[in-house]
Design a protein around this ligand. Structure first.
Ligand SMILES: Cc1cc2nc3c(=O)[nH]c(=O)nc-3n(C[C@H](O)[C@H](O)[C@H](O)COP(=O)(O)OP(=O)(O)OC[C@H]3O[C@@H](n4cnc5c(N)ncnc54)[C@H](O)[C@@H]3O)c2cc1C
Length: 390
């Protein structure tokens, strides 16, 4: 087993989708890159409902080794059972086996030239004149490696960039508590459609059923709730909204995790360091989806890291190019989703039912701004929630 070198151009902390894509692009563009992952097996433990956008848009072939289901859209289901069908466009995608998918992304990065250290935890980083000393517990031994650039892709519990003064710690009230059973013998409404349930059954969040080949991910995310996420989930399994469809369901896996839905952190770069993925709040506050964003922002971080190595300029001013790139593409979307989430969290079951009754039953996309006009026209009492969107 190859030991760690003394120095690298780029050290990436965390081999989730953000870290594997960042290290892939850094290596592909010529930077000597090390990817460090604390788990002994990349992709585990899984804390995810495993829905990903069209992988072809990332130049990735949707290989059957990790693609478990094709997704063509979803049902948004109101407390009264009214279904809104959203189909086509951005709703196309896949449900993957993340244990395999995350490892696939890491393998792809390794094949581009990245050195990978698994079962290796970064314990701290320390600024030097020309970069960072990265302290790593590598397979039980302590190492210090030098790096010109560190990319913190260490997920929702991120603390690595805090050593550089970047504020990555999340407010617990903005972390969605999630619980999920992967179950077999579930009768879905449609094997290519996701199901989303809203209302008092899942305070300030939603319940999802995602098709995954022979199984279904049945999960919940709640915020600031009186009971634990799993208690709400267990109640849902016998709820009239899914009457009879989960009676014979058998769990084959149970997952828990926190999803940061408070929006992006203020600053994602400083001298010699960038932050990406969940660590940076690259997650839709409305849906909790972060895989596609993490992958894309990871590519941007890796690209800018390689450019900075070529230019021999690792300053915050240079790395700011990364922040500009991701903000240009995603900032408005993330901030709009934050606004929509804040509205959704305030709606009562009656109001959710009124909304479902006032919008078309079939949608090509969810354009909340346009829908708000229809909603308020049919249910004027909801104006107080939607007025800032009109
Ligand atoms: C229950 C649940 C369901 C979800 N469902 C979906 C979904 O269906 N679709 C979707 O798009 N998103 C979903 N998400 C969000 C999605 O999982 C994340 O947005 C995505 O994984 C972020 O990728 P990442 O690479 O930033 O972080 P992660 O995937 O969390 O990877 C971070 C990695 O860093 C490692 N690490 C952390 N600290 C260190 C350290 N000090 N040293 C070394 N390694 C370290 C961790 O072990 C981990 O492997 C869900 C989240 C939850 C909690």
């Amino acid at each position: 087993m190859k030991a760690l070198n003394d120095s690298y151009d780029v050290v990436v902390v965390g081999a989730g989708p953000a870290g594997s894509m960042a290290s892939y692009n850094a290596s592909k563009n010529g930077a000597k890159t090390l990817l460090i992952e604390k788990s002994q097996e990349i992709g585990t433990p899984v804390r995810c409902a495993e829905a990903v956008p069209r992988l072809e848009d990332f130049g990735i072939n949707p290989d059957p080794s990790f693609v478990k289901s094709y997704i063509r859209g979803g049902y948004l289901i109101a407390p009264n059972g009214k279904k809104i069908v959203v189909k086509g466009g951005k709703t196309d995608g896949y449900v993957v086996e993340r244990k395999v998918f995350d490892k696939f992304l890491a393998i792809r990065s390794g094949q581009a030239g990245t050195q990978i250290a698994v079962k290796s935890r970064v314990t701290k980083i320390e600024k030097t004149d020309d970069g960072y000393n990265v302290f790593v517990n590598y397979l039980g031994d302590e190492y210090i490696v030098k790096s010109k650039i560190v990319i913190a892709a260490d997920g929702v519990e991120s603390n690595i960039a805090e050593y550089a003064g970047l504020k990555t710690k999340k407010n617990p009230k903005e972390i969605c508590s999630c619980a999920e059973y992967e179950m077999t013998n579930v009768k879905l409404l449609n094997n290519e459609m996701m199901e989303f349930y809203f209302g008092d059954i899942c305070p300030k969040g939603y319940i999802w059923l995602f098709p995954k080949g022979d199984t279904v991910n049945v999960g919940i995310g709640v915020i600031d709730s009186k009971k634990r996420a799993i208690d709400y989930l267990d109640e849902f399994l016998t709820h009239p909204l899914v009457e009879g469809r989960l009676d014979n369901a058998v769990p084959v896996e149970f997952k828990v995790g926190g999803d940061p839905v408070g929006g992006p952190i203020k600053k994602t770069v400083a001298d010699n360091i960038m932050v990406v993925g969940d660590a940076a709040g690259h997650v839709s506050p409305l849906t909790g989806g972060g895989i596609g964003l993490s992958m894309d922002c990871g590519l941007m971080a890796g690209d800018v890291a390689a450019q900075s190595i070529r230019a021999e300029n690792y300053s915050e001013e240079f790395l700011d190019l990364y922040e500009k790139k991701w903000k240009e593409k995603y900032y408005k979307l993330l901030m709009n989703d934050l606004k929509y989430k804040n509205i959704l969290q305030k709606l009562s079951d009656d109001e959710l039912n009124a909304i479902a009754n006032s919008i078309p039953e079939n949608l090509e996309e969810v354009d909340v701004g346009k829908l708000a006009i229809k909603i308020v026209a049919k249910a004027p009492s909801l104006l107080r929630h939607f007025k800032e969107l009109l």
